[in-house]
Design a protein around this ligand. Structure first.
Ligand code: SF4
Ligand code: MG
Length: 331
């Protein structure tokens, strides 16, 4: 084919190219993304975008904060105000944003290593305070981008670069951790549960309070390869066969290993005052309590100033209790 023909063909292809349905929320100029084939992160971003679209979120009021790692890249692919923060510090960064502007709908999207290991303390305190934000924790049972080290979510016996003979430690049950710390919406899905994930994300975007959503996601490159578990499709098969959907299940029963049966669903959805609600209540209580005192004080000070300025006739009248004569002391 001649050069001119190629030009004509490429112009035709370009003119036929359709907009991506999620163009308005994805940064298409950043594509292709960096994630490996079979990784679940693209699915999570897609569900996030679909949920924001479905519940008609105002994108100017949405904000995404990520930490470090493969999941930390999420903020960079979304056409929203986004912050790629330091390791483990996505939640405190989001807390600052929220307190400065409580009208923003802030979502923290980060990995298990970032949110539960390095940032674990921030997670439990944000849940305890019931900060009004959504935390999406993509759990692939390992530190991804930093080299496949063992994480506090790595199931017992599974291998990682830092546990070549198998992990000795008991992993966190994340829904139980979040629920017992004070989160008001707690759910777990896998990257196979696309429609359910969209529904729960949409619910969390519209909820007031701390939502913790764990998404179990395959990492074929590090976790699965090291544990000889095959590729991403094998993990999807495992999700299909072994996840048990049970809404309202007790999060204490949501322990998980990488191969056996495990619970998914919306485990908890309750209401309690958010941090900002409690703060505003306190400010109101204090103003009501102190208002009469302040008014009294200012009234007293006006009175004493008036006494100092008052002409002698008025002072005498005040002492005697007689009303001052109109115009007395006026020149
Ligand atoms: Fe996904 Fe694992 Fe690749 Fe990171 S290393 S992009 S988590 S598959
Ligand atoms: Mg991880």
């Amino acid at each position: 084919m001649k050069g001119a023909d190629i030009d004509v063909l490429s112009n035709e292809v370009e003119s036929e190219q359709q907009d991506h349905p999620m163009d308005s929320i994805l940064r298409m100029d950043r594509m292709p993304h960096i994630w490996c084939p079979g990784c679940g992160l693209g699915t999570v971003v897609s569900c996030f975008a679909a949920a924001a679209d479905e519940c008609g979120m105002d994108y100017d009021r949405m904000c995404v904060v990520s930490g470090i790692g493969c999941t930390g890249r999420v903020a960079g692919y979304l056409q929203l105000d986004g912050y790629h923060t330091t390791h483990g510090r996505a939640i405190p960064f989001a807390t600052g944003l929220h307190l400065a502007n409580p009208d923003l709908k802030i979502t923290v999207v980060s990995g298990d290593g970032d949110l539960v290991a390095i940032g674990g303390n921030h997670l439990i305190h944000a849940a305890r305070r019931n900060l009004d934000m959504v935390v999406i924790c993509v759990n692939n049972f390992i530190y991804g981008m930093t080299g496949g080290q063992v994480a506090p979510t790595t199931p017992e016996g599974m291998k990682a670069t830092t546990s070549p003979f198998g992990c000795l430690e008991r992993p966190f049950n994340l829904p139980y951790l979040a629920a017992s710390s004070g989160a008001t919406l707690v759910a777990r899905w896998t990257t196979l549960d696309v429609r359910r994930m969209v529904k729960t994300f949409a619910k969390a975007f519209q909820k007031k309070g701390f939502s913790f959503l764990e998404i179990i996601s395959p990492c074929p490159t590090l976790f699965m390869r090291r544990n000889k578990m095959g590729d991403g499709v094998n993990m999807m098969r495992h999700f299909k066969e072994d996840r048990v959907i049970e809404h309202g299940a007790d999060p204490r029963d949501a322990d998980i290993d990488a191969t056996g049966k495990f619970l998914v669903g919306e485990f908890l959805d309750i209401e309690r005052p958010t941090y900002i609600d409690s703060y505003r209540d306190m400010v109101e209580r204090i103003s009501i309590k102190t208002a009469p005192k302040a008014e009294k004080k200012s009234a007293e000070s006006v009175q004493s100033k008036a006494k100092k300025k008052a002409p002698s006739g008025e002072k005498d009248a005040e002492k005697s209790g007689e009303p001052a004569l109109a115009g007395a002391g006026q020149s």
